[in-house]
Design a protein around this ligand. Structure first.
Ligand code: SF4
Length: 398
């Protein structure tokens, strides 16, 4: 598995596969072909179907330092990866080079014909079973596991990640008005945050909801967020961490450690299944975000290795089958509200993991595999193409 730096990326929304990934690809092309005076980008698969709503063309045109043309090719459906795009570099109308990229989720890329090298693999363990075995063998925690494998710089990086998460909450809580796009959705984070009354039953609910909304609304507006594990699902983990930090007074150090724990679980899903809505539906994005945030909170509450693994398993299991069907191809409906719902679910999952200890029949690794198989079985309509499900209601919204 790769470094957590490859999981937690700081970048602009609204969709890591559609914005951060193509932006990184554009930078690779400019670095490799500095003499190019024109680029053509051909978007295929889900990128072509939802690239407009996800603002892929806008990001590409902003990133390239010379002219660029973006073509949306919705014809090809049999692709190596549902988020495929080709970038062609030209000089004086002559083709210099053409590279095929796969935007594999969370802003990560694969370039056709360029396999990953072993040096990219920081962790030799391949799944959660092996990680837990390593922890028992060395008598240590998930946090020790991460810090033993990553370079020391990871602590500084995770601090920066948390800082950016808090910034996105702060910015989102200050803004009002309508989000960009045809759906004319009003931002709600600030009004919900301001309506809280300390001591009232629903104060915690409003706090978590407003934090998750703040980030999800910032993401929908194309502002900076942290992939956790993706842009579309970026509201859940920051909401839980900030809430826990304030309510239970956890130290900054412990919050950073919980980010490391959450990262390991996200990494296992990314490595053995997918965190891409285009590949496996929203179960891969918000299902994984639910698992990550649940493990972070479970770690903060001092649950055991097995209880933390159990909460991750439950979190992913009960999001199996969740489809990706955003209206108008924008990361707004159902995405923004779904970040809130999933964040609220995290509190119950952690309490249930304490109650259900020792009744565990299915492992996290088994659910990760099931999620992958379920995702592969989903019709393309439910994998970020905006062709089915809720997306079909776009002309009927009230
Ligand atoms: S429905 Fe889920 S997977 Fe699809 S764009 Fe929205 S957040 Fe991402």
């Amino acid at each position: 598995m790769e470094s957590l730096k490859e999981l937690y990326k700081i970048g602009r929304g609204p969709s890591s596969s559609h914005t951060i990934g193509p932006e990184r690809a554009a930078k690779i092309m400019m670095e490799r072909y500095p003499t190019a005076d024109f680029f053509e980008v051909e978007l295929l698969g889900s990128l072509a179907f939802t690239g407009k709503g996800h603002r892929t063309d806008f990001v590409l045109q902003k990133t390239f330092n010379v002219d660029c043309k973006v073509v949306f090719n919705t014809e090809l459906k049999e692709l190596m990866h549902p988020n495929t795009f080709i970038i062609r570099a030209y000089k004086d109308n002559q083709l210099l080079a053409s590279l095929t990229f796969y935007s594999i989720g969370g802003g990560s890329l694969q370039i056709e014909g360029e396999e990953k090298t072993p040096k990219d693999e920081i962790y030799s363990e391949k799944n959660m079973k092996e990680i837990i075995f390593w922890c028992h063998l060395n008598n240590c925690s998930f946090v020790d596991y991460v810090f033993a494998h990553e370079k020391v710089t990871i602590k500084g990086y995770l601090n920066k990640v948390y800082e950016k998460m808090e910034e996105s909450i702060e910015r989102g809580l200050q803004k009002q008005g309508t989000l960009p796009g045809k759906l004319h959705i009003e931002r709600k984070a600030k009004s919900i945050y301001d309506s809280r009354i300390q001591g009232e039953d629903n104060c915690d609910l409003k706090t978590i909801a407003s934090y998750a909304l703040a980030v999800a609304e910032e993401n929908a507006a194309g502002e900076q967020v942290v992939t956790a594990p993706t842009c579309g699902s970026s509201g859940v983990l920051p909401a839980i961490l900030r809430f826990a930090k304030e309510k239970y007074h956890f130290s900054q150090e412990k919050i950073i450690e919980s980010l490391a724990v959450a990262g390991i679980f996200g990494n296992v899903v990314k490595t053995n299944a997918s965190i891409s809505g285009a590949e496996c539906g929203c179960q891969a994005e918000l299902g994984t975000a639910c698992a990550m945030a649940s493990t972070a909170l479970a770690y903060l509450f001092d649950l055991s290795l097995e209880q933390i693994e159990y909460v991750a398993e439950m979190a992913l299991e009960h999001n199996l089958g969740l489809t990706c069907d955003p209206l108008e191809g924008m990361v707004q409906i159902p995405c923004i509200e779904r970040n809130v719902i999933i964040a609220l679910r995290v509190l119950d999952l952690v309490e249930l993991a304490k109650l259900f200890t020792n009744s565990h029949k299915i492992s996290f690794d088994m659910v990760v595999q099931t999620m992958k198989e379920t995702g592969m079985d989903l019709s393309y309509k439910y994998r970020e193409t905006a062709e089915g499900g809720l997306a079909r209601l776009k002309d009927k919204i009230i």
